[in-house]
Design a protein around this ligand. Structure first.
Ligand SMILES: [Zn+2]
Ligand SMILES: [Zn+2]
Length: 342
C-alpha cells in the first residue's frame, strides 16, 4: 500500500509509492564507466597546475615545501563576492542586498581519479579538518549569517569540475529553508523541553530498521520520510548545534563513517552522482539547545518531474527500510581503495 510520511522537522510530506516499488538494484547506474586518469594536464586542481587556480586560502600540510593533501582556493566563478559589503535596500516590495559572501573550493586531494569513496580515512579526516577550520574562521565575520558546506559529485549532481572537490558558500542571510527548520526545532524544544534531533536519533537507534551503520560518535540512517531513494542522515550522537564544535576524535570517527558510507553507495549503486550538505546552526545559534547539526546525503538516482516541482511533494519508489537493509549488506572494506582505509 502507498503511504504518506511527514519529515519530523521540515514537516514536508512525501508519498512512498510501494505500488511502483523498485528494488535498489534497479537504480544502479547502467552507464559505461570510463576510466578517470589520476592527472589531467588542463585541470586547475591537479598538482603542478596550482598557478591555474586563484590564490591559495589554506592547505594541509601547512608547510609549503611539502606536497599538499587538501587545498582551499576561492571559486573562480564565485556566486558571491567578498569585495562587496552586504548593504541592504528596500524599494516598495523589492528587497535587495549587495552580493557579499564567500565562495570557496576545497580540493579533496591531489589525485584526479580518487573521489571521496576511494580516499583513505586519514585523507577524509584532513578534508573535514579543513571544513571545520574554514567554517570557524568565516563564522567570526559578523557580516556572515550562514555557511553551507557541500559536495556535488558527478555531472547529474551539478559538478562542473571532475576533480574531487567540495565547496563552501557563506551568505549574508539565513536561507528560508534553514530558518523554517530552526523554527520547527525551537517550537519542539519549547513544547517538549528536549532537542528533537536527540530524541529522533535515540528512537531510530532503538528501532534499527533504518540504521545503516553506527560508530562510537555517529549514526548513519535512511530518512524516514525520504523524498528520494537513499536520502541519508549522518548525525553526531553528542548534542551539538554547530559543526564548528566537532571534537578531534569525532573528526577521525566521522571520516571513517562518511568514507565507509560513500563507499557503500559507490559499490552498491555503481558510483551514483550525489550531493551532501553539512546542515549546521547559523553562527548566532551555535550554542542552541534546540538545534543539532548533521550531514544530509542525497544520491541523484531519479529526476524531479511536474508533480514534484508543482507541489513540493515528492514520490519516492524505494522504501527507506529496504534501502537501509540493502546498504547494511554492501561490504566495502576490501572492495574499495587500494591505500588503506581499513
Ligand atoms: Zn585534476
Ligand atoms: Zn540534540
Amino acid at each position: 500500500m502507498p503511504e504518506l510520511r511527514q519529515n519530523f522537522f521540515s514537516k514536508e510530506w512525501v508519498i512512498i509509492a510501494t505500488e511502483r516499488a523498485k528494488r535498489p538494484e534497479d537504480l544502479v547506474a547502467k552507464r559505461a564507466v570510463e576510466p578517470v586518469p589520476a592527472f589531467v594536464e588542463s585541470c586547475a586542481f591537479c598538482p603542478g597546475n596550482e598557478d591555474k587556480a586563484t590564490h591559495e586560502i589554506m592547505r594541509l600540510p601547512e608547510n609549503p615545501s611539502e606536497a599538499w593533501s587538501v587545498r582551499v582556493v576561492p571559486n573562480k566563478f564565485a556566486a558571491l563576492s567578498s569585495e562587496l559589503q552586504p548593504t541592504r535596500s528596500l524599494q516598495h516590495l523589492r528587497r535587495r542586498i549587495e552580493g557579499f559572501g564567500f565562495h570557496e573550493v576545497i580540493v579533496d586531494g591531489p589525485d584526479h581519479s580518487r573521489s571521496m569513496a576511494l580516499l583513505t580515512d586519514a585523507n577524509v579526516a584532513d578534508v573535514l579538518r579543513v571544513y571545520q577550520e574554514r567554517y570557524n574562521s568565516l563564522s567570526m565575520d559578523a557580516r556572515v549569517n550562514h555557511i553551507t558546506i557541500f559536495k556535488n559529485h558527478g555531472a547529474d549532481a551539478g559538478a562542473s569540475q571532475q576533480h574531487p572537490h567540495s565547496q563552501l558558500i557563506a551568505t549574508p542571510v539565513i536561507p528560508s529553508q534553514v530558518r523554517q527548520r530552526l523554527f520547527e526545532a525551537l517550537r519542539h524544544y519549547d513544547d517538549v523541553g528536549e532537542c528533537m534531533f536527540c530524541h529522533m536519533v535515540e528512537r531510530e537507534i532503538e528501532d534499527q530498521t533504518r540504521i545503516v551503520l553506527k560508530s562510537e560518535h555517529f549514526v548513519v540512517m535512511e530518512v524516514f520520510a525520504s523524498a528520494t531513494p537513499f536520502a541519508t542522515y549522518i548525525f553526531p550522537l553528542r548534542h551539538m548545534a554547530s559543526f564548528g564544535d566537532i571534537g578531534t576524535r569525532e573528526v577521525t570517527d566521522l571520516a571513517r563513517v562518511l568514507r565507509t558510507f560513500l563507499a557503500k553507495l559507490y559499490v552498491g549503486l555503481g558510483n551514483p552522482a550525489l550531493n551532501y550538505t553539512i546542515r549546521s546552526a547559523p553562527a548566532d545559534y551555535s550554542a542552541a539547545r534546540h538545534f543539532h547539526w548533521y550531514v544530509s546525503v542525497i544520491p541523484r538516482l531519479t529526476r524531479a518531474a511536474g508533480f514534484e516541482l508543482g507541489s513540493g511533494m515528492f514520490i519516492n519508489t524505494v522504501l527507506p527500510e529496504t534501502a537501509a537493509e540493502f546498504l547494511r549488506n554492501v561490504a566495502v572494506d576490501k572492495a574499495v581503495g587500494t591505500s588503506g582505509g581499513a
